[in-house]
Write a protein that binds this ligand. Structure first.
Ligand SMILES: [Zn+2]
Ligand SMILES: [Zn+2]
Length: 250
């Protein structure tokens, strides 16, 4: 009777253990055994430069750990009103460890990395009290989507939208194709990105608080341009979260 009553639970447990036996959970970066599918092992976790406190309360720019800057420190750019979005958070800084996670994720189909990356991004949002109406992955031009097969930002945005319990918007903004921005400086990036986004469904944008999601923030030019077009379309707030950000001296 016990077995019959608990059959679904027992069967589920057997199925789960069978799957773990056949396909043991492994760290997506080094292959070491881990207890949870898609999570990092301790060694890989500690290789990242996770952004804690103190950091800029607007853009999340990390300050040296030994500085006591009070409860709401602000960086010079944000103090001068130059923050590209209303709030930005990044899980970690762009360094060798972040690059080794992002490049295969972005260009070589290592989509499993989205698990730990999106969790880290939710962790990065923990100290700001936002309630977005929409989660929007930074759009990819159709030509790139066709070649790559997926938008890496969408893979990160999906679990974040789920965690907030709000829809993910993939259709309201269209991105034109432009050649790669790889080795351009901040001014060239800003020029290259200007006019690249079109809001094609302003009814979905007007009056909404939007959380943008991307894998990397380099100069902030992409966020800045999205902020411009979304605000022009009537968005009431535009936030951003990335897995990693390039940190330059201010
Ligand atoms: Zn590992
Ligand atoms: Zn700042």
């Amino acid at each position: 009777m016990y077995v019959v009553r608990n059959f679904p639970r027992i069967f589920g447990s057997i199925a789960q253990h069978s799957v773990e036996f056949l396909f043991p959970s492994s760290c997506p970066l080094c292959g070491a055994r881990v207890s949870t599918h898609g999570e990092l092992c301790a060694d890989c976790w500690t290789a990242f430069n996770w952004i804690g406190n103190p950091k800029c309360c607007r853009c999340g720019y990390p300050f040296p750990a030994n500085l006591d800057l009070g409860p709401a420190p602000i960086c010079p750019r944000c103090a001068a009103g130059e923050c590209v979005l209303d709030l930005i958070r990044a899980a970690c800084t762009y360094d060798d460890a972040a690059r080794d996670a992002v490049l295969p994720f972005k260009h070589a189909g290592r989509v499993i990395n989205a698990n730990f990356m999106s969790r880290a991004m939710m962790w990065a949002l923990r100290d700001i009290n936002i309630s977005p109406d929409i989660v929007m992955p930074v759009p990819l031009a159709w030509r790139r989507l066709f070649h790559r097969g997926y938008n890496q930002a969408t893979l990160l945005a999906r679990p974040i939208a789920h965690a907030f319990g709000v829809p993910m918007d993939l259709t309201s903004v269209h991105r034109k194709y432009r050649p790669n921005m790889g080795h351009k400086n901040a001014t060239q990036r800003a020029e290259n990105i200007h006019g690249v986004f079109d809001v094609i469904n302003p009814d979905k944008i007007r009056g909404r608080k939007i959380l943008l999601v991307d894998d990397v923030m380099t100069t902030g030019a992409t966020f800045s341009e999205l902020h411009r077009v979304l605000t022009n379309a009537g968005a009431s707030a535009v936030y951003g979260v990335v897995f990693c950000r390039v940190v330059r001296a201010l």
